[in-house]
Design a protein around this ligand. Structure first.
Ligand SMILES: Nc1ncnc2c1ncn2[C@@H]1O[C@H](COP(=O)(O)OP(=O)(O)OP(=O)(O)O)[C@@H](O)[C@H]1O
Ligand SMILES: [Mg+2]
Length: 251
C-alpha cells in the first residue's frame, strides 16, 4: 500500500495536537500499521499527547554533523538516514519524529530542510503519516512536508474559527494544493455552531471532559478511554481517511 499522508492544520489552540494524537492511536488500533507521527511544530508536544519521551529532535542536529562526521566508508545519504533513524522514537505500531527547535541562530531553514529530507527518505516505510503542524501554513507554503494526501483543518465551531479555516482553505488553493482534499474538523463542539458558515464536508468532535481530566492528571490525551466522545469521533475520522486511502489505492 502506498503511504498516505495527513496534514493537520488550523489556527493556534484549536486542537491540532489532540486530534493528531488520537488519530495516530485510532489508525494503529485499526491495524493500519506502521504509522509515522511527525511533530512539525518546533514547540514539540505531540510526544506528550502520545505519552512518549523525546530524546532527540531534527532541530537539534547540527549542519556540520552532516559534512564532517561521516564515518569512513559510508555515503553521505546513508549517514543522514542513520541520523534520522536515531531521532525516531519507536512505539508499538507507530514511530514518532519531531522537528524541534533549532539551537543557536534561531533560523529554521536547516531544520525545515531536515524535516523535508527525513520525510522523503523515511516516509515510504509507513502506511500512514500524521503530521501535526504548528499554527498557520508555514510547512505547506514552504513545501517542507510535501503535498499531503489530505489536509485536515481543525477549527472551533465559532464564526471566527470558521472564517480562519476558510482562509486556510483559500491559502491552500493559492499554493497549488487545489487537488488535495480538505476536511474541516470542528473541534470542541458543544451542540451549536455557526451553521451558515460550515462548508461540506465537516466532521464534529465534541467537547470532551475526559481530555481536560487527562491533561490535569498528566495522562497522555492520545490514550483516552474507549468510548470517550472525542475518541469515538476521531475513530470516525480515521475511518473516513482509511476509505480514502483504499480508494486511492484502486486508482
Ligand atoms: N475535544 C476537546 N475537548 C476538550 N478539550 C479539548 C478538546 N480538544 C482539545 N482540547 C484542549 O484544548 C487545548 C488545545 O489543544 P491542542 O494543544 O491540541 O491544540 P493545538 O491546536 O495543537 O495548539 P497549538 O496551536 O498551541 O499547537 C488543550 O488544552 C486540549 O486539551
Ligand atoms: Mg499543537
Amino acid at each position: 500500500m502506498r503511504t498516505f499522508s495527513i496534514a493537520i492544520t488550523g489556527k493556534g489552540g484549536t486542537g491540532k495536537t489532540t486530534v493528531s494524537a488520537l488519530l495516530v492511536r485510532a489508525l494503529v488500533d485499526a491495524g493500519e500499521t506502521p504509522v509515522l507521527a511527525v511533530d512539525a511544530d518546533p514547540n514539540s508536544n505531540l510526544n506528550e499527547a502520545l505519552g512518549i519521551e523525546l530524546h532527540e529532535t531534527l532541530g537539534y542536529m547540527r549542519e556540520g554533523t552532516f559534512r564532517e562526521s561521516i564515518p569512513p566508508g559510508m555515503t553521505r545519504n546513508a549517514y543522514i538516514e542513520l541520523c534520522f533513524r536515531r531521532a525516531i522514537v519507536e512505539e508499538k505500531g507507530f514511530d514518532l519524529v519531531a522537528m524541534g527547535r533549532p539551537e543557536g541562530s534561531g533560523c529554521y531553514c536547516f531544520a525545515n530542510d531536515l524535516l523535508k529530507t527525513c520525510m522523503t527518505l523515511l516516509g515510504r516505510d509507513y502506511r500512514f503519516i500524521v503530521i501535526d503542524n504548528e499554527a498557520g501554513m508555514e510547512h505547506l507554503s514552504r513545501g517542507t512536508i510535501g503535498i499531503p494526501d489530505i489536509l485536515i483543518i481543525v477549527s472551533d465551531p465559532g464564526v471566527r474559527g470558521m472564517k480562519t479555516a476558510a482562509r486556510i482553505h483559500d491559502l491552500a488553493r493559492s499554493l497549488g494544493l487545489s487537488s488535495v482534499p480538505v476536511l474541516l474538523v470542528l473541534n470542541r463542539f458543544k451542540g451549536s455552531t455557526a451553521d451558515s458558515l460550515i462548508p461540506e464536508p465537516a466532521l464534529f468532535i465534541p467537547e470532551d471532559p475526559a481530555i481536560e481530566k487527562a491533561e490535569l492528571s498528566g495522562m497522555p490525551v492520545g490514550s483516552l478511554k474507549e468510548g470517550s466522545p472525542a475518541r469515538v469521533a476521531v475513530e470516525r475520522l480515521a475511518g473516513i481517511i482509511r476509505s480514502m486511502a483504499r480508494e486511492r489505492q484502486r486508482t
